[in-house]
Design a protein around this ligand. Structure first.
Ligand SMILES: [Zn+2]
Length: 91
């Protein structure tokens, strides 16, 4: 079952955007899935995973984003956050 929301939590609030990418780390022949992200949080997630990789908390490897589906997305106009705190639920 695929969750229907982005996996990012901002300031204690679950992002409500629909997921657009499956986030995984590709390590040679293995792929580790971490969660889902919307377009808005894609770069944030990349940064977060990079930090965790540097700290040795997760697998090293290439961070991969696989589009969930290419169905036309609704026009979601989210609030612009000045400051983003990410907290990937599965980490
Ligand atoms: Zn999001």
């Amino acid at each position: 079952m695929m969750p229907d929301k982005c996996s990012v939590t901002e300031e204690g609030k679950q992002c409500v955007n629909p997921p657009e990418f499956i986030v995984s780390i590709v390590d040679g022949k293995d792929e580790y899935m971490f969660g889902l992200t919307c377009q808005k949080h894609r770069t944030v997630v990349t940064g977060k995973l990079g930090i965790l990789q540097n700290e040795g908390k997760i697998h090293n490897g290439k961070i991969s984003f696989t589009p969930v589906k290419s169905v036309g997305t609704d026009c979601v106009h989210g609030d612009v956050d000045d400051f983003v705190q990410i907290d990937m639920k599965k980490l």
